[in-house]
Write a protein that binds this ligand. Sequence first.
Ligand SMILES: [Zn+2]
Length: 281
Amino acid sequence: MRVLLTVLLSFSFLFAAPFRIVTTFYPLQIMAINVANDIPSVSVENLTPPMTGCLHDFSLTPKQLQSLSRASVLVVNGLGMESFMDKVIHRYPKLPIIVLTKGLLVLSSNGQSNPHVWMSVPLAKQMVVQLSKELSAIDPLHGESYRQNALRYEGKLQSLDAWMKSELLPYKGTSIMTFHEALPHFAYEYGFNIVGVVQQEPGSEPSAKEIVTLRKRIVEKRVRVVLTEPQFSDKIAGMIVRGSTAKLAMLDVGVTGPVKDSAYLDMMRANVASILSVLKP
Ligand SMILES: [Zn+2]
């Protein structure tokens, strides 16, 4: 009997139905790739195409809706990042949804919880914990593998965070300006003081008048770095720092990039190097 059971169990493992993890956007995809690493019959698919950027004004195409209908589970950021899902999610009443920011203490900007939580490494680590916990509950067959993978990745995130804090500690309290509202969690965690945001509304560019105000603010608040993002215009960034001692540094908020397990770690290391390149005497 026991032999038969073992045979049956290994059989069911071999022919396990594919388990499809669908993430809404890039930072979650990288987390899921790490947690579902090399598990047979488990796949990770990202709903939004690369180069979408932050999802603030995204809407789904028919092809993406199709991918959603094949999903075993949907992994979302939450905190309003996926407002484009509101219109379609009722079509999938049986689809389990994992909200990675559930239960996290997050910062607010403009009176709303700021959704760019993954830019703080300790918070990103908590999102990974949440992902592994909920995946194991929904797909217990692979529970042990999710937990093992997640533990390994959490260790890497912990070392990354410790390294970032030791590198950035000498610059604690430095005033910075950022391009969109993507960095409060990053700034809070690593000791920067955000004194201005260039683009208040997603997709909008500052007017000539707003640029003048931003330039004044840079001088008044002794801003040392204006953090630009790969998705934003270099021309406007250049106009904003002209006539001041503030320098521009590129900071990737990790909404697009290569699809590989080390992508988030690589991005954060590059971000620290970019900031240090303008702060170090
Ligand atoms: Zn954003």
